[in-house]
Design a protein around this ligand. Structure first.
Ligand code: MN
Length: 235
């Protein structure tokens, strides 16, 4: 079968491509895949019960329709009584490629955003203990709240500055981008050894320490110096 433009019809209605707003633009950023890095701040590694030695980064994915755009409430999900917040710097790619060098990785970045890797922690722990994939604890409706994207043309490439999360006004998570065990260009370059990166891919780059549970009625205010803020209500 050949795919000729305008003539292709589908047997069902295709799903809508999830999109993020872009600051200073009326155009949207289409989200392709969402990669997440695990254990990338030493104090968080320790709080999760692991050794903060610099091991190779590891990755998991959330479905792209896990995106929750800013201004939308996070609906407390089913099948859990322990949903945790994880504030993270999000990197948005514009080109892609395979086996990228660190320099190529940096020039591949379209922009940055403030994101939350929402996690059904109880389910994750149960799946981990059974040696099963814990994807379903990470990838679910609304599990990836994300701010609008700020273009690197406007802010450059943030490598230091505070990353924090306040729950109902009190500081829960606090760290600094310079504490990332694996830096952004290293993460992109390493990931591109495993799969061909594509335009629209997002990378959630790990969370600092202080993760904890959310409840209905909570307000989460996430801030990354030089990038922006993300406000999410839990309902
Ligand atoms: Mn995370």
């Amino acid at each position: 079968m050949t795919k000729s433009e305008n003539s292709m019809s589908y047997v069902i209605t295709p799903a809508i491509i999830p999109c993020l707003q872009v600051r200073g633009s009326s155009n949207y950023y289409p989200v392709n895949r969402i990669f997440c890095v695990g254990r990338n701040y030493a104090k968080h590694v320790v709080e999760m019960g692991y050794d903060p030695e610099r091991e190779a980064p590891f990755f998991f994915q959330k479905s792209s329709d896990s995106i929750l755009v800013e201004g939308t409430d996070f609906v407390y999900p089913d099948k859990t009584i322990e949903v945790h917040h994880e504030v993270e710097l999000v990197v948005a790619l514009k080109t892609g490629g395979k086996n990228l060098s660190r320099a190529e990785a940096t020039s591949n970045i379209y922009g940055y955003a403030v994101g939350l890797d929402m996690t059904r922690r109880d389910l994750q722990a149960e799946l981990k203990s059974m040696g099963r994939p814990w994807e379903i604890s990470k990838s679910f409706d609304g599990s990836a709240p994300c701010s609008a994207i700020i273009q690197s043309d406007d802010i450059g490439h943030p490598t230091k500055g505070e990353i924090s999360l306040k729950k109902n006004g009190s500081l829960c998570q606090e760290g600094y981008l310079q504490q990332m065990i694996w830096k952004v260009p290293e993460i992109i370059a390493y990931l591109s050894e495993f799969c061909t990166l594509m335009p629209g891919d997002l990378i959630f780059t790990g969370t600092p320490s202080g993760v904890g549970p959310v409840q209905r009625g909570d307000n989460l205010k996430c801030t990354i110096d030089g990038v922006g803020t993300l406000d999410v209500g839990v309902v």
